[in-house]
Design a protein around this ligand. Structure first.
Ligand SMILES: C[S@@+](CC[C@H](N)C(=O)[O-])C[C@H]1O[C@@H](n2cnc3c(N)ncnc32)[C@H](O)[C@@H]1O
Length: 216
């Protein structure tokens, strides 16, 4: 019941957040078109923490999708969003589970992994990124966008640290002091490119964001 309500409630919420970062999303996914052209074939894309699927309109036509999402009730919203935003996509597989362990997905079988607003709430970022590297083909790309911790020593970072325990309880494990930037740099990618930006949120604690692409 909780998961069903959450899937229904989060669908418009995720769309609204997504609409506020549409310019940054366009920049993020620009190089996915380039990847499609370089490989000269339809892409296989794995999206982790897909929820209702807010990124599909950015994917190259005819891409094949593997969606990993612990909330089983997200699937119908996700299929609806494929139909309405990019009907040429194929949902190859919907894996109801956590990205820390994806045994159902073979080694080096996907061209790209997408992860937006998910690393802030996973149980173990290192395990997730290790699985991302396992399933990506050599030279495959990891596309990410996250709200993140402010620089160490700033007043906002201190407040993020202070309020994270309560925020986690309210939001289902979301960390205001999300340290994904450092964890990504140490994960073992060949390169990690990030761009910082400010999300125009009323919530001052979640204004620092970043997006980027890491290459295996
Ligand atoms: C804030 S929502 C983001 C949804 C969507 N990616 C977006 O950009 O709007 C976070 C999603 O991550 C999922 N999630 C949480 N922990 C996860 C994990 N360990 N592995 C995969 N997905 C997870 C949640 O169920 C939820 O759908």
């Amino acid at each position: 019941m909780g998961q069903r309500f959450s899937a229904w409630f989060m669908n418009p919420f995720c769309k609204s957040i997504n609409n506020n970062v549409k310019n940054e999303k366009a920049l993020l996914f620009d190089s996915m078109t380039q990847l499609r052209e370089t490989l000269d074939r339809d892409l296989v894309i794995c999206e982790i923490g897909a929820r209702s699927g807010v990124n599909y309109k950015h994917y190259p036509p005819r891409s094949k999708l593997i969606c990993v999402e612990p909330n089983q009730y997200s699937r119908s919203y996700l299929e609806e969003n494929i139909r309405t935003t990019n009907p040429s996509l194929t949902l190859k597989d919907f894996v109801c589970g956590f990205a820390e362990s994806m045994p159902g997905i073979d080694n080096e079988c996907v061209d790209a992994v997408v992860c937006t607003l998910v690393l802030c709430c996973v149980k173990n970022q290192k395990e997730v990124l290790s699985e991302v590297l396992r399933i990506l083909r050599p030279d495959g790309q990891f596309y990410f966008m996250e709200h993140v911790a402010d620089q160490p020593g700033t007043f906002r970072r201190k407040m993020q640290n202070t309020f994270t325990p309560a925020w986690k309880l309210l939001t289902g494990n979301c960390h205001l002091n999300n340290n994904a930037r450092a964890v990504l740099q140490d994960a073992g990618f060949k390169s990690v490119r990030t761009t910082d930006f400010t999300y125009r949120s009323m919530l001052w604690l979640i204004r620092p964001w970043m997006f980027g692409v890491a290459t295996k």
